[in-house]
Design a protein around this ligand. Sequence first.
Ligand code: FAD
Ligand code: MLT
Ligand code: ZN
Length: 512
Amino acid sequence: MFRLAQRIKVSGLASSRSVRSLFTADKYPVKRGNYSELNAEDIKYFESFLNSKDLLTDKKDLDAVNVDWMQKYRGQSKLLLKPRSVSEVSKILKHCHDRKLAVVPQGGNTGLVGGSVPVFDEIVISLANLNKIRKFDDVSGTLTVDAGVILQTADEWLRERGYIFPLDLGAKGSCQIGGNVATNAGGLRLLRYGSLHGTVLGIEAVLPNGDIFNGLSTLRKDNTGLDLKQLFIGSEGSIGIITGVSVLCPPKSNSVNVAWLGLDSYEAVQKTFKLAKNALGEILSSFECVDRASMEVVDAALKKHDMEAQQPLESMHPYQILIETSGSNSEHDEQKLNAFLENSMENELVVDGVVAQDEGQIQALWQWREGISESSGKWGGVYKYDVSLPLPVMWDLVKAVENRLIERNLQSKTDSTKPVYATIGYGHIGDGNLHLNVCVREYTKEVEDVLEPFVFEFIAKHNGSVSAEHGVGFQKVHALQYSKDAGALKLIKEVKDMFDPHGIMNPYKFIE
Ligand code: FAD
Ligand code: MLT
Ligand code: ZN
């Protein structure tokens, strides 16, 4: 019944991104805080204990860490430090705290909200050199790593031992586990393995005054007082630098299936999700949805780079879903998947589909989904909204935004002089998380004014969240009131101030 998936390749587009952004401080109304300026004495102090190649002041080295993955936010740091031990991190932070020098912790710099790069001249502290796997218990599945270990490295290491990392995302080749924890990244399989708030068992972190918080437990259960590690999960470098993480890893599944399905309405997507949960139960590991415009954007980005790939389905259905199952018994899993597919087709929910027949095809289907992030930034820039919304109204937001842009003459399918190239929706439907991307030919105030506060007001009206998984960063620090009340924001600020009384940790972001 199902065609075979075609082999496609959509990765490898990032290298040619060339949009140059202005300094964040020139683009947005933000004032430098009352921090000290870096001087020769500071550099001399850092040189006294850091290896010379771990202290960088060259423009070329700094250019890379001053600008974010989207090339939207650009800072002006003059110093990059790359400590190799927890004690080096501690000495750096203690000095910065005493001298009131502002800092930005940086992992893989794949964050999407401008949180990982400086706004002014903050010192960038990279975790890249803290990159050892510390220990693994292959009975319990608990892994302890340095914060700078790349997600994919950890996952591949675990796979050789019959386990996987409980988080997976498109940036896995560059992002670091410390960065994942600091952003509380959600990713492609949260539906199955849960959030990092559940899978992270322990955290080691250096506090702004240089003290080391040793919460690197590997216990699943520990009810001795407050669970302090939770404060660091999703803290976005605002209260300390995570240096070590222990995490509970699930066993690798022997049997993985991926299906790509075409649907004609968003109502059918919701019904199919309900059906999938009931029919696939414990083996359902991902339920992702992309709209036609998203697929067109990936397709066009490939063509722009003289690459071509056959779409997974013959027709461009308005909604397409990727369903993954992961289990231990291939016969049982296939039976379940086939029963679900037959049922969804008999009920006229799914109108077309393919099931991957081997690992290469599984990867090829995933690349259509994961390729959306890179492809949407190919047209000059992208406004990204990462929202939690009740499922029934999720795509209403995409449509409302597109209509507003068309009505105001800022988007047109036929006129390539308009600032907006496309408005697309995709995301982790299984987690109630939509990604709304407005792909633009140029960033303009006009487009921004149509998008904001409209998008945030829509989210607030439906009791959603302005950040489902990418975090607050610089981008959403002014939009928190749409998701949290004044009392909650005051408490967050009090916690931040308690950890970081001089406000040196990642200023201008996370909480005002
Ligand atoms: P960075 O970008 O370097 O930093 C992110 C934030 O964490 C910054 O505020 C930084 O100061 C802080 N930070 C970093 N390391 C530390 C540390 N050790 N201690 C304290 N603070 C630290 N996110 C999702 O949730 N789900 C997805 O599916 C997803 N997919 C993505 C796909 C692509 C192609 C890209 C580019 C990004 C994606 N992201 C996704 C966004 C991003 O949040 C994640 O890639 C990742 O969690 C960021 O990790 P990083 O090491 O790159 O952190
Ligand atoms: C995704 O789900 O693809 C990520 O969160 C990244 C993005 O939205 O671009
Ligand atoms: Zn996502």
